[in-house]
Design a protein around this ligand. Sequence first.
Ligand code: PMP
Length: 381
Amino acid sequence: MIPGPIEFTPDVLRAMGMPTTSHVAANFIDVFGQAIEDLRKVFLAPSGQPFIVAGSGTLAMDMAAANLIEQGDHALVVNSGYFSDRFAKILERYGAVVTHVHASAVGGAPDLSEVEAALKSIKPKLMTITHVDTSTAVATNVKALAALGRRYETLVVVDGVCATAGEEMRQEEWGIDLALTASQKAIGVPPGLAIIVAGQRAMEAYRKRKTPVGSYYADWTEWLPIMQAYEARKPAYFGTPPVNLVWALQVSLKGILSEGMDARFKRHAKMSSAFKAGMSALGLKQLPISPDLLATTLSAVYYPQGVDKGILKFIDEAGVIVAGGLHPAIRDKYFRVGHMGAVTAGDIIATVGAIETGLSRAGYRFEMGTGVSAAQKSLQS
Ligand code: PMP
């Protein structure tokens, strides 16, 4: 139950173990084409241009910056933590002049009025938003931020690595110009795919570049014809695609779409609420500082008084793996639990139960079953 790689469904894992075909075999071309078409539906971006490339989420961030930024362009980073800092470094690598708007406290999100003031004064070409900050489990208000981006005519780029296909995100309706993710989280495929859906305005900005893209591997000039060819069910080659991962992606996207995006967002919200209800009933405090900031894909929970990270081993021994803290300022004070993708009510109950066992072994005083009972009640409501 860590925030990625998550648990994968048996059909996805079977696709990973299939005999590997040629990247230009007719059946693989069809699968790749289908994955491209399905990505638009999962991102809710009917006119977007998908890119599926071998790499991790960081490559998707790199590709966004490489193709949209030219030397001296201004960029605004709506900074909610660790991965927002990473985006700033990548943008700077391609020559951007970066301004940050930070959250005022750990567990908070940048203030909308401060973001608006920065947009007004800097007039950046592009702004980046981390949908769910994986270090704090804070979800930013992407819908409101994207609306601001539209008002001030900046390209809105959303890092959805810890969010996409779990947290509600409606790319086109919300006016997001580029959304990116990685395969190993709520999209439900083992690590190794960098995934982007670029909207019309992002593609237009790329086409209007005056200078060549500063990365050979990430250049859309190379990848766009490949994506277009696979979608037209024609063979193409630039770099050999990770055949089994693309196959697994198509299987996973099919499952996601058969659940339906609205139902999927709702299930994630329900699982998250149940887990969080369990933690609250045990007297454990969440890291996000207000309820509207709670992510649905992930929870970050402070250890109670007298308990430290030694509890992680006890939870592990009770049969569930959770993650330690990541935010440098409070790393040893909290733990993180991912509940995204194919997560079930049974997973939530088992996790709360294992945490109770860990708390008990760590000497925390509480009535056994309190958390599990609260989670169960929440699941039934
Ligand atoms: N952004 C966010 C929000 C993330 O959580 C991560 C990975 N945890 C990344 C970017 C980077 O992704 P990757 O590790 O796949 O390069």
